[in-house]
Write a protein that binds this ligand. Structure first.
Ligand SMILES: Nc1ncnc2c1ncn2[C@@H]1O[C@H](COP(=O)(O)OP(=O)(O)OP(=O)(O)O)[C@@H](O)[C@H]1O
Length: 138
C-alpha cells in the first residue's frame, strides 16, 4: 500500500484545524497508518529541512516548527503521495487555489498548515526519521 508522511504544523495545531484537515485526507480515501504528537527538536529539524538549511529563511522555519508540539502521521492509500500534495496545494498559501487546504486555511509560504512528502522515497525516509517500523500499520 502507498504511504506518505505528514506533519500537522504549529499553525494547524494552534488554530484547531487538525480535525478538518484530517477529514479532507480521509474523505479522499486515505487512512492513518501511524500518528503521534511530538515536539520537534533542533536536531530533527536540521535533518528534516536539510535541503533548505543554507537558505536565509531556515532559522525562521526552525523556530516556527519548534514553537509548539506538532502531530506527525503516516497516511496510506492508493496514490497517496501525489494526491495529498494536490489536496494541500502549492507551498505558498497565498498562491494556493481555493478548495486546497493551503488555499483555504494557510497564510503564507511558511505558515502553510501541513507538510507532506514529495516522493515515495522521501516518504520512507521521513517516516523512518519519526517512527519505528513497528509503529506503522502495513
Ligand atoms: N521562501 C520561503 N520563505 C519562507 N519559508 C519558506 C520559503 N520556501 C520554503 N519555505 C518553508 O520551507 C518548507 C520546505 O520548503 P520546500 O521547498 O521543501 O516546500 P514543500 O515541500 O512544499 O514544503 P513542506 O516540506 O512543508 O511540504 C516550506 O513548507 C516552508 O515552510
Amino acid at each position: 500500500m502507498d504511504k506518505t508522511f505528514v506533519i500537522f504544523k504549529p499553525d494547524c495545531m494552534a488554530k484547531g484545524l487538525v480535525g478538518q484537515v484530517l477529514a479532507r485526507f480521509e474523505s479522499a480515501g486515505f487512512s492513518i497508518a501511524a500518528a503521534k504528537m511530538i515536539q520537534l527538536t533542533p536536531e530533527k529539524l536540521r535533518e528534516h529541512y536539510a535541503h533548505v538549511a543554507d537558505k536565509p529563511f531556515f532559522p525562521e522555519i526552525a523556530e516556527f516548527m519548534g514553537s509548539r508540539p506538532v502531530i506527525v502521521a503516516v497516511l496510506k492509500g492508493e496514490g497517496v503521495v501525489a494526491k495529498v500534495r494536490d489536496l494541500l496545494g502549492p507551498t505558498d498559501s497565498t498562491k494556493a487555489p481555493a478548495g486546497t487546504i493551503r488555499g483555504d486555511l494557510g497564510e503564507n509560504m511558511m505558515i502553510n498548515v501541513c507538510h507532506a512528502s514529495d516522493s515515495d522515497e522521501n516518504a520512507q525516509i521521513e517516516t523512518d526519521r519519526f517512527f519505528d517500523p513497528a509503529e506503522v500499520l502495513g
